[in-house]
Design a protein around this ligand. Structure first.
Ligand SMILES: [Zn+2]
Length: 274
Protein backbone atom coordinates (compact mmCIF):
# COMPACT_ATOMS: atom_id res chain seq x y z
CA UNK A 1 0.00 0.00 0.00
CA UNK A 2 2.94 2.28 0.71
CA UNK A 3 4.20 1.82 -2.82
CA UNK A 4 0.82 2.15 -4.53
CA UNK A 5 0.08 5.36 -2.62
CA UNK A 6 3.56 6.87 -3.12
CA UNK A 7 4.21 10.03 -5.13
CA UNK A 8 5.91 7.97 -7.87
CA UNK A 9 2.52 6.40 -8.55
CA UNK A 10 0.89 9.87 -8.35
CA UNK A 11 -2.67 8.66 -7.92
CA UNK A 12 -2.58 5.77 -10.44
CA UNK A 13 -4.70 7.46 -13.07
CA UNK A 14 -5.70 5.24 -16.00
CA UNK A 15 -4.89 6.05 -19.61
CA UNK A 16 -2.21 8.73 -19.29
CA UNK A 17 0.00 6.87 -21.74
CA UNK A 18 -0.43 3.87 -24.00
CA UNK A 19 1.91 1.56 -22.12
CA UNK A 20 1.16 -0.09 -18.75
CA UNK A 21 1.85 2.55 -16.11
CA UNK A 22 4.15 2.26 -13.11
CA UNK A 23 1.34 0.78 -10.98
CA UNK A 24 0.46 -1.91 -13.53
CA UNK A 25 4.14 -2.78 -13.88
CA UNK A 26 4.52 -2.95 -10.12
CA UNK A 27 1.61 -5.41 -9.83
CA UNK A 28 3.02 -7.47 -12.68
CA UNK A 29 6.33 -7.67 -10.82
CA UNK A 30 4.63 -8.63 -7.53
CA UNK A 31 2.65 -11.44 -9.16
CA UNK A 32 5.85 -12.65 -10.80
CA UNK A 33 7.70 -12.61 -7.47
CA UNK A 34 4.88 -14.74 -6.01
CA UNK A 35 5.51 -17.38 -8.67
CA UNK A 36 2.77 -16.46 -11.14
CA UNK A 37 3.00 -15.79 -14.85
CA UNK A 38 0.93 -12.65 -15.04
CA UNK A 39 -0.08 -10.87 -18.21
CA UNK A 40 -1.43 -7.49 -19.22
CA UNK A 41 -4.84 -7.30 -20.79
CA UNK A 42 -4.93 -4.02 -22.67
CA UNK A 43 -8.06 -2.24 -23.81
CA UNK A 44 -9.30 1.07 -25.10
CA UNK A 45 -11.79 3.23 -23.28
CA UNK A 46 -13.62 6.45 -23.99
CA UNK A 47 -12.38 9.62 -22.34
CA UNK A 48 -14.62 12.02 -24.29
CA UNK A 49 -16.86 12.22 -27.33
CA UNK A 50 -14.01 11.72 -29.77
CA UNK A 51 -11.11 10.64 -27.60
CA UNK A 52 -9.97 7.29 -26.25
CA UNK A 53 -7.18 6.09 -23.99
CA UNK A 54 -5.59 2.78 -23.13
CA UNK A 55 -6.00 0.83 -19.92
CA UNK A 56 -4.21 -2.30 -18.76
CA UNK A 57 -5.59 -4.98 -16.47
CA UNK A 58 -3.01 -7.17 -14.76
CA UNK A 59 -4.10 -10.79 -14.57
CA UNK A 60 -2.69 -13.87 -12.85
CA UNK A 61 -4.24 -17.32 -12.80
CA UNK A 62 -4.07 -20.05 -10.18
CA UNK A 63 -5.11 -23.53 -11.30
CA UNK A 64 -7.10 -25.77 -8.99
CA UNK A 65 -5.16 -28.41 -7.08
CA UNK A 66 -7.58 -31.23 -7.91
CA UNK A 67 -7.32 -33.39 -11.03
CA UNK A 68 -10.47 -31.76 -12.34
CA UNK A 69 -11.49 -28.22 -11.46
CA UNK A 70 -15.08 -27.58 -10.41
CA UNK A 71 -15.30 -24.00 -11.60
CA UNK A 72 -13.44 -20.72 -11.84
CA UNK A 73 -13.67 -17.83 -9.41
CA UNK A 74 -12.57 -14.34 -10.45
CA UNK A 75 -11.27 -12.01 -7.75
CA UNK A 76 -11.15 -8.38 -8.83
CA UNK A 77 -9.74 -5.21 -7.30
CA UNK A 78 -9.25 -2.01 -9.24
CA UNK A 79 -5.81 -0.47 -8.90
CA UNK A 80 -6.48 2.79 -10.72
CA UNK A 81 -7.47 5.98 -8.98
CA UNK A 82 -7.89 9.68 -9.74
CA UNK A 83 -4.30 10.79 -10.40
CA UNK A 84 -2.79 14.19 -9.76
CA UNK A 85 0.72 15.61 -9.70
CA UNK A 86 3.61 14.10 -7.74
CA UNK A 87 3.47 17.21 -5.53
CA UNK A 88 -0.26 16.85 -4.87
CA UNK A 89 -2.22 13.79 -5.83
CA UNK A 90 -5.12 11.56 -4.86
CA UNK A 91 -3.42 8.73 -3.00
CA UNK A 92 -6.47 6.45 -3.08
CA UNK A 93 -5.28 4.50 -0.07
CA UNK A 94 -8.63 3.00 0.79
CA UNK A 95 -9.89 3.41 -2.80
CA UNK A 96 -8.40 1.05 -3.77
CA UNK A 97 -4.84 0.37 -2.70
CA UNK A 98 -6.55 -1.57 0.11
CA UNK A 99 -8.34 -3.96 -2.26
CA UNK A 100 -5.33 -4.25 -4.54
CA UNK A 101 -2.98 -5.21 -1.71
CA UNK A 102 -5.57 -7.70 -0.44
CA UNK A 103 -5.65 -9.21 -3.93
CA UNK A 104 -1.87 -9.70 -3.73
CA UNK A 105 -2.18 -11.14 -0.24
CA UNK A 106 -4.71 -13.70 -1.49
CA UNK A 107 -2.50 -14.53 -4.47
CA UNK A 108 0.15 -15.48 -1.94
CA UNK A 109 -2.00 -17.37 0.57
CA UNK A 110 -4.35 -19.29 -1.75
CA UNK A 111 -1.42 -20.92 -3.53
CA UNK A 112 -0.79 -23.01 -0.45
CA UNK A 113 -4.20 -24.59 0.10
CA UNK A 114 -6.47 -27.26 -1.41
CA UNK A 115 -8.44 -25.85 -4.30
CA UNK A 116 -11.39 -27.45 -6.08
CA UNK A 117 -11.72 -24.27 -8.13
CA UNK A 118 -9.31 -22.29 -10.20
CA UNK A 119 -8.85 -18.63 -9.36
CA UNK A 120 -8.26 -15.68 -11.66
CA UNK A 121 -6.81 -12.61 -9.98
CA UNK A 122 -7.59 -9.44 -11.88
CA UNK A 123 -6.21 -6.05 -10.92
CA UNK A 124 -8.48 -3.88 -13.04
CA UNK A 125 -7.65 -0.53 -14.60
CA UNK A 126 -9.97 2.38 -15.48
CA UNK A 127 -12.62 1.51 -12.90
CA UNK A 128 -12.91 5.14 -11.92
CA UNK A 129 -13.62 6.07 -15.55
CA UNK A 130 -16.57 3.66 -15.83
CA UNK A 131 -15.59 0.09 -14.88
CA UNK A 132 -13.85 -0.23 -18.26
CA UNK A 133 -11.22 -2.78 -17.21
CA UNK A 134 -13.79 -5.09 -15.65
CA UNK A 135 -16.14 -4.73 -18.62
CA UNK A 136 -13.36 -5.62 -21.01
CA UNK A 137 -12.32 -8.59 -18.91
CA UNK A 138 -15.88 -9.95 -18.82
CA UNK A 139 -16.29 -9.47 -22.58
CA UNK A 140 -13.16 -11.48 -23.22
CA UNK A 141 -13.98 -14.20 -20.70
CA UNK A 142 -13.56 -17.75 -21.95
CA UNK A 143 -16.95 -19.45 -21.55
CA UNK A 144 -15.26 -22.82 -21.19
CA UNK A 145 -13.76 -21.68 -17.92
CA UNK A 146 -17.09 -21.92 -16.09
CA UNK A 147 -16.70 -18.71 -14.15
CA UNK A 148 -19.42 -18.94 -11.51
CA UNK A 149 -18.49 -16.17 -9.11
CA UNK A 150 -16.87 -12.75 -8.90
CA UNK A 151 -15.38 -11.61 -5.63
CA UNK A 152 -14.89 -7.85 -5.89
CA UNK A 153 -12.73 -5.96 -3.40
CA UNK A 154 -13.13 -2.19 -3.30
CA UNK A 155 -12.34 -0.09 -0.21
CA UNK A 156 -11.62 -2.48 2.63
CA UNK A 157 -10.43 -0.40 5.56
CA UNK A 158 -13.29 0.21 8.00
CA UNK A 159 -13.82 3.59 9.59
CA UNK A 160 -14.96 4.14 13.17
CA UNK A 161 -18.20 2.26 12.60
CA UNK A 162 -15.99 -0.79 12.04
CA UNK A 163 -18.34 -2.14 9.40
CA UNK A 164 -17.63 -4.29 6.39
CA UNK A 165 -20.44 -4.76 3.93
CA UNK A 166 -20.78 -7.75 1.68
CA UNK A 167 -23.35 -7.09 -1.00
CA UNK A 168 -24.22 -10.24 -2.89
CA UNK A 169 -26.26 -11.05 -5.96
CA UNK A 170 -28.58 -13.99 -6.43
CA UNK A 171 -27.20 -17.49 -6.97
CA UNK A 172 -24.61 -17.16 -4.23
CA UNK A 173 -26.30 -19.37 -1.65
CA UNK A 174 -23.45 -21.68 -0.71
CA UNK A 175 -20.87 -18.88 -0.74
CA UNK A 176 -23.04 -16.74 1.53
CA UNK A 177 -23.64 -19.70 3.87
CA UNK A 178 -19.86 -20.07 4.24
CA UNK A 179 -19.46 -16.37 4.75
CA UNK A 180 -21.92 -16.44 7.65
CA UNK A 181 -19.81 -19.07 9.39
CA UNK A 182 -16.60 -17.07 9.37
CA UNK A 183 -15.30 -15.62 12.63
CA UNK A 184 -15.51 -11.83 12.53
CA UNK A 185 -13.79 -10.89 15.83
CA UNK A 186 -14.68 -7.27 16.54
CA UNK A 187 -15.49 -6.52 12.91
CA UNK A 188 -19.14 -5.78 12.17
CA UNK A 189 -19.87 -7.66 8.99
CA UNK A 190 -23.14 -6.82 7.26
CA UNK A 191 -24.16 -9.35 4.66
CA UNK A 192 -26.67 -7.66 2.39
CA UNK A 193 -28.75 -9.18 -0.39
CA UNK A 194 -30.02 -6.04 -2.09
CA UNK A 195 -28.92 -2.55 -3.03
CA UNK A 196 -31.97 -1.13 -1.27
CA UNK A 197 -31.04 -2.76 2.01
CA UNK A 198 -27.55 -1.38 1.56
CA UNK A 199 -28.97 2.13 1.06
CA UNK A 200 -31.09 1.78 4.18
CA UNK A 201 -28.16 0.55 6.27
CA UNK A 202 -26.17 3.58 5.17
CA UNK A 203 -29.11 5.90 5.32
CA UNK A 204 -28.29 7.24 1.88
CA UNK A 205 -30.54 6.54 -1.11
CA UNK A 206 -28.26 8.20 -3.65
CA UNK A 207 -25.68 5.52 -4.30
CA UNK A 208 -26.59 2.37 -6.22
CA UNK A 209 -24.15 -0.13 -4.74
CA UNK A 210 -25.10 -2.75 -7.29
CA UNK A 211 -23.50 -0.53 -9.93
CA UNK A 212 -20.85 1.16 -7.82
CA UNK A 213 -17.84 -0.97 -8.70
CA UNK A 214 -16.46 -3.71 -10.94
CA UNK A 215 -18.91 -6.41 -9.79
CA UNK A 216 -21.56 -4.69 -11.92
CA UNK A 217 -19.71 -5.71 -15.09
CA UNK A 218 -20.09 -9.33 -13.99
CA UNK A 219 -23.71 -8.92 -12.90
CA UNK A 220 -24.60 -7.60 -16.36
CA UNK A 221 -23.41 -10.90 -17.83
CA UNK A 222 -25.30 -12.91 -15.21
CA UNK A 223 -22.22 -13.88 -13.26
CA UNK A 224 -23.04 -13.88 -9.53
CA UNK A 225 -20.95 -11.66 -7.29
CA UNK A 226 -19.93 -10.88 -3.73
CA UNK A 227 -18.79 -7.30 -3.27
CA UNK A 228 -16.68 -6.52 -0.19
CA UNK A 229 -16.39 -2.87 0.83
CA UNK A 230 -16.90 -0.47 3.69
CA UNK A 231 -19.54 1.52 1.83
CA UNK A 232 -19.72 5.23 2.35
CA UNK A 233 -16.61 7.02 3.50
CA UNK A 234 -16.10 10.71 4.15
CA UNK A 235 -12.63 10.66 2.57
CA UNK A 236 -13.80 8.96 -0.61
CA UNK A 237 -12.41 10.71 -3.72
CA UNK A 238 -10.72 13.41 -1.65
CA UNK A 239 -7.02 14.03 -1.07
CA UNK A 240 -7.58 12.91 2.50
CA UNK A 241 -7.81 9.25 1.43
CA UNK A 242 -4.24 8.60 2.55
CA UNK A 243 -2.42 5.85 4.42
CA UNK A 244 -2.30 8.05 7.51
CA UNK A 245 -6.09 8.21 7.62
CA UNK A 246 -6.46 4.42 7.84
CA UNK A 247 -6.71 2.11 10.83
CA UNK A 248 -4.55 -0.89 10.02
CA UNK A 249 -5.74 -3.03 12.91
CA UNK A 250 -9.24 -2.92 11.42
CA UNK A 251 -7.84 -3.60 7.97
CA UNK A 252 -6.08 -6.70 9.31
CA UNK A 253 -9.39 -8.05 10.59
CA UNK A 254 -10.91 -7.56 7.15
CA UNK A 255 -8.06 -9.27 5.32
CA UNK A 256 -8.18 -12.19 7.77
CA UNK A 257 -11.92 -12.46 7.37
CA UNK A 258 -11.77 -12.49 3.57
CA UNK A 259 -8.83 -14.87 3.53
CA UNK A 260 -10.55 -17.38 5.86
CA UNK A 261 -13.62 -17.19 3.68
CA UNK A 262 -11.67 -17.76 0.47
CA UNK A 263 -9.85 -20.76 1.96
CA UNK A 264 -13.22 -22.37 2.77
CA UNK A 265 -14.80 -21.34 -0.51
CA UNK A 266 -12.08 -22.93 -2.60
CA UNK A 267 -12.55 -26.21 -0.78
CA UNK A 268 -16.33 -26.29 -1.21
CA UNK A 269 -18.22 -27.66 -4.19
CA UNK A 270 -20.20 -24.88 -5.83
CA UNK A 271 -23.07 -25.10 -8.23
CA UNK A 272 -23.65 -22.37 -10.75
CA UNK A 273 -27.37 -22.61 -10.14
CA UNK A 274 -27.68 -22.59 -6.34
ZN1 LIG B 1 -13.04 2.28 -5.86
Amino acid sequence: MKILTSSEHAGRKAGLNDEPNISARYLYARFTALGYQPFYQSFEFKTGFFSTAKGHNVIATLPCSATQCDANIVITAHFDHLGGQPSSYYAGANDNASGTSTLLFLAQSLKLINRRHSVTFVATDAEENGLYGAKHFVNELDVNKRTILNINLDMLVPNKRNRLYVLHSKKTKSAVALLKQQPTESLRVKIVNSRYKMQRLMDNPRIDWHKASDHYAFAKENIPYLYFGIGEDKNHHTKRDTLESLDFSRFQLVVKFINNFMVELLDTPLEATN
